[in-house]
Design a protein around this ligand. Structure first.
Ligand code: ADP
Length: 334
């Protein structure tokens, strides 16, 4: 039943929204980013200036969108949300920019996927709060300069390397989001369980945190799945036993790796004898888009010490061989 699943998906979306931290104080972890951002915002507020444009980079689910909303809230400003792929034609961006009112925050998710002509329009907008709208075609085309209200652009990207130099240079503050530690994820889970009214026990929280791939969005998702299990198969309390049994049902392994992570490791070890192999070859082997493997799987597998990046490609570490259940050869990196 498609209707039902759409409704379920939107219910999940609402839950995720309800769990979003609203203020910098509520935002768990990322202490450096938080401190730096606080200074940027306070400094501008004290001077009465429009704060510099801000870029957040890092894997999905680490809080980039949440921070964009927090920035708007701390500034007492409205936020307009769009994404790189939605800005295919410069006209789309021009419309968005000319609708801004003074002090607004413009959030562009996946900003590395913005089309080139829109990106060039953005340069001028970021620098001079102005756009040149081209009217007409061919020799008769004229460009009309248009003033736009001073705003703060917040960009988010899972691939800062894919940003062009000129775009990157126009951000006054750039922050790279790191994976969260298990103890930070425990704090995220504690907060979420209070909002959702889940009876989350300390050992249960620790277990879920450990298996959340360093990612708050995943921690929250696993919490909801474990809650279902606790309510249906147990007395509602999320203990370590309940968490383990539930995560087994949902195919989340001991290290928090999901099915795709494991498929990537298995292909790397079994089909390519531990590598080195290029990311796109690896992606074809697991039947997934190479951007997904590169932006979602790989960063965590590297951080977990399962994959090493070398100039010749990706290599399985000894831990990866062991994880797949194969004895590592002597040349496997430790
Ligand atoms: P991104 O934009 O990086 O993909 P989001 O900001 O959408 O990530 O975060 C996904 C979800 O994870 C949010 O709805 C929020 O519930 C949770 N979350 C992210 N970061 C934090 C944090 N630092 N503290 C608490 N919850 C967080």
């Amino acid at each position: 039943n498609r209707d039902l699943s759409a409704r379920e998906a939107s219910a999940e979306h609402d839950v995720e929204r309800s769990l979003r931290p609203r203020e910098l104080e509520e935002f768990v972890g990322q202490p450096r980013v938080r401190e730096q951002l606080q200074l940027v915002l306070r400094g501008a507020l004290n001077r009465g200036d429009q704060p510099d444009h801000v870029l957040f980079s890092g894997p999905p689910g680490l809080g980039k969108t949440s921070l964009a909303m927090i920035i708007a809230a701390e500034l007492g400003a409205a936020i307009r949300v769009t994404s790189g792929p939605a800005l295919e034609r410069p006209g789309d961006l021009a419309a968005m920019l000319s609708n801004l009112t003074e002090g607004d925050v413009l959030f562009i998710d996946e900003i590395h996927r913005i089309a080139r002509p829109a990106e060039e329009m953005l340069y001028l907008a970021m620098e001079d709060f102005r756009v040149d709208v081209v009217v007409g075609k061919g020799p008769g085309a004229t460009s009309i300069p248009l003033e736009i209200a001073p705003f703060t652009l917040v960009g988010a990207t899972t691939r800062s390397g894919a940003l062009t130099g000129p775009l990157r240079d126009r951000f006054g503050f750039t922050a790279h989001m790191e994976f969260y530690s298990p103890s930070e994820l425990e704090l995220v889970l504690r907060r979420s369980s209070e909002i959702l009214g889940v009876d989350l026990r300390e050992d249960g929280a620790r277990e879920i945190a450990r298996r959340s791939r360093g990612t708050p969005r995943i921690a929250n998702r696993l919490l909801r799945r474990v809650r279902d299990f606790a309510e249906v198969r147990a007395d509602g309390a999320v203990t370590v036993e309940v968490a383990r049994a539930a995560l087994e049902v949902y195919d989340v392994d001991e290290y928090g790796l999901d099915r795709l992570d494991r498929a990537v490791l298995a292909a790397l070890v079994k089909s390519f004898h531990g590598g080195p192999v290029g990311i796109s070859t690896l992606a074809v082997a697991v039947g997934e888009e190479s951007t997904t493997v590169e932006e979602v799987c790989e960063p965590y597998l590297v951080r977990a010490g399962m994959i090493a990046r070398t100039p010749r490609g990706r290599v399985a570490t000894a831990a990866a061989w062991q994880h797949v259940g194969v004895t590592p050869p002597p040349h496997a990196p430790g």
